[in-house]
Each structure stands twice: as C-alpha cells, then as structure tokens.
Design a protein around this ligand. Structure first.
Ligand SMILES: NC(=O)c1ccc[n+]([C@@H]2O[C@H](COP(=O)([O-])OP(=O)(O)OC[C@H]3O[C@@H](n4cnc5c(N)ncnc54)[C@H](OP(=O)(O)O)[C@@H]3O)[C@@H](O)[C@H]2O)c1
Length: 317
C-alpha cells in the first residue's frame, strides 16, 4: 500500500510517499481503508512524531492523525464493529497516522461517520472539533450567556470553537484576518477583530474565557482581557515547554475520545455543526500540505488529503 512517512534524519525533514506492506489488525484493533485524512502542519514538529512513549527516538512516522474511511478488517475482540462500516476518528499521537491507504486504529477512538458528510468533510473534523470541545467544555466549563474570546477563529480549531460556543449559548468574539471576517460572522461570532488592523486588548475586556490557538505575544496580551476569575485555555505549541505556571495550567493537548466524537457526529448530522474544508490535495502532494506550500488555501478550516475516491457511498449533492 502507499503511505507517507517522515524522514527526520534529513535536514529539513522530508515526507516521502512509499510502498509498504499493508498492516494487519491485532487483537483489539481495526484496519481502516482510509478515504481522507486531515492535515495539522505543526504535527511534524511535535514530540510523539519523533519519539515513542518511552522517550526513545522514532523514525518514519506516518503523520495525519485524523481520518475518515471504511473498516476493512477486524482484529479479535472488536465486537460491535463490522467490515464495511464507515467511521471517522483520531489516532493517538504516538501511533502511526492515516496518510496512507490503510491505517490501524482502535474501537475506543473512532465513531460512526456522520452519513450526510463526505469522507473529505468527515476527515476535516476530529482534531479541530475534539480540541475545541475539550477546551471549551472540559477545561473552561463554558456556560450559556458567558462571553468567550477565540483567537484564530478561521483556523481548523477556531471554526469549531466558534460553533460549539454558540451551540452552548455563549457570546463569541474572535480574532482573524480581514479576508475571513464575513465568513466568521456566518459561523456565529458576534464580533470579529482583524488582528493585523487592531489590537484586540484595546477592543475587548471582561471576558469569561479566552481560548488561544495562536500563542506567543497573542497569549501574553490576552491575560488582561479576562475578567477576575476568568479562564484562559491555550493549545499553542510554544506553551508546551513553558516554565510559567499560569501558562502551564492553561495549556493542554487534545486526546482521542470516542464518546465526544460520537456526540460531535450527531451535531454534524443534525446540521448544528458544519465542517470547514479549506482545500483538498491528493496523497502524492501530502508533503506540500504539511509544509504550507498550498496555493489554493483560503486560510479557513482544514486542509484535507483525499487518499481514495469515495466508492460505494452517496456523495453529498
Ligand atoms: N495542543 C493541542 O492539542 C493542539 C491541537 C490542535 C492544534 N494545535 C495547535 O494550535 C494551533 C492552531 O491550530 P489550527 O489547526 O487551528 O491552525 P490553522 O488552521 O493554521 O489556523 C490558525 C489560524 O490562526 C490565525 N492567526 C494567525 N496569527 C494570528 C494572530 N496573531 N491573531 C489571530 N489569529 C491568528 C490564522 O489566520 P490567517 O492564516 O488568516 O493569518 C489561522 O486562521 C497550531 O499551532 C497547532 O499546532 C494544538
């Protein structure tokens, strides 16, 4: 089968499409025929891509930890699943990802693909939506009527943060580029600040929650817009290695979660949540997808690699 693997002995590291034997599911595993996989460009810089759980060096990792596809084979002890079932999911960061014709996953980290979504749309969801869900609901405990500032509202995580906050009944202010102001208002934000034209801290204050997907100076400037007792959540990679206690407490890393993904799937199926696909590339161009050399991007939502044509399923009209 074709797969994409990271050769990080090269400087800079390169992604190579190559042929490898198809993996076989072991006990408790599912083999997925991958139709589409989502791209998180910064993933290539993350620790689990170059190290295993025991801190040892890892090489030739397969990136793309979110996918949509069809179950192609079942390991033992996978009751409740069947060959041919359409699922979407997010693999654990230390496992191989889904930039491949087939990937291995586990029942606890997949959910039924929402039928009204194409595989490309479904593959754009898991990491962005789970990150937003865990940030807003698990970490911040966002309540109806509260006001949240979302930094990076047009990004793959931001588009779900805005929609989920609105679904919860919260008020949303967000920062984004000028080109995406109208698009973001359509997602439900009541106020959008062009981050290049205005300093957000001069325009907002008294926030119950700030959800930061940008980091650096944006995070530093955000503490002052929180009301006393307000909650800060950040996912920006530069917060991972910080020695600052309050930044450490604000930072978290998304985890796969079957139940949350199933609930997100219900919201997508009901039309209460919408996927946002920025651009679609073939597997042969996966490297460009990760290095950011994609001309057709609008900077909205997720870049998706379409691994296979969607046979045997009904495409959305
Ligand atoms: N910790 C975790 O679990 C976790 C999970 C997922 C992602 N992440 C990290 O979270 C970050 C966002 O991920 P993503 O997938 O949403 O990225 P993305 O799709 O590239 O979106 C980033 C967004 O931020 C906007 N932006 C850039 N600079 C900004 C600024 N100064 N103020 C406001 N907005 C700004 C960009 O807008 P323009 O392009 O229009 O400038 C873009 O819309 C990445 O660093 C990623 O590594 C962490």
């Amino acid at each position: 089968m074709k797969t994409v693997r990271l050769y990080d002995s090269e400087k800079p590291p390169v992604l190579v499409v190559e042929n490898v034997p198809q993996p076989q599911p072991r006990r408790g595993e599912l083999l997925i025929r991958v139709y589409a996989a989502g791209v998180t460009p910064t993933e290539l810089l993350w620790y689990p891509i170059t190290h295993n759980k025991y801190g040892e060096k890892r090489s030739r990792a397969v990136p793309g930890h979110e996918f949509s596809g069809v179950i192609a084979a079942l390991g033992e002890d996978t009751a409740g699943f069947e060959i041919g079932q359409e699922v979407y999911g997010m693999n654990d960061w230390f496992s191989d990802g889904a930039m491949a014709e087939y990937c291995i996953t586990q029942p606890a980290i997949v959910a039924p693909k929402p039928p009204r979504l194409t595989h490309v749309e479904a593959a754009s969801v898991p990491i962005g939506a789970l990150t937003a869900w865990q940030a807003l609901f698990d970490r911040a405990g966002l309540q109806a009527g509260e006001h949240i500032l979302v930094h990076g509202g047009a990004g793959a995580v931001g588009v779900f943060a805005i929609q989920l906050a609105r679904f919860r009944g919260a008020r949303v202010t967000t920062t984004a580029s000028a080109r995406n102001l109208e698009f973001i208002t359509g997602l439900g934000a009541e106020r959008v600040i062009d981050y290049r034209a205005a300093r957000f801290e001069e325009n907002v204050s008294g926030m119950d929650v700030v959800f930061d997907t940008v980091g650096g100076e944006t995070l530093q400037r955000s503490w002052g817009v929180l009301k006393p007792g307000g909650r800060m959540i950040t996912i920006a990679a530069d917060a991972e290695t910080t020695t600052n206690d309050r930044v450490k407490q604000a930072f978290f890393i998304v985890e796969p979660n079957h139940e949350q993904l199933a609930r997100i799937g219900d919201l997508l199926e009901a039309g209460d949540l919408h996927p946002v696909v920025d651009a679609v590339l073939p597997l042969s161009q996966a490297s460009a997808a990760f290095t950011g050399e994609v001309r057709q991007r609008q900077g909205r939502g997720k870049l998706v690699v379409a691994v296979a044509a969607q046979e045997g399923t009904v495409e959305k009209g």
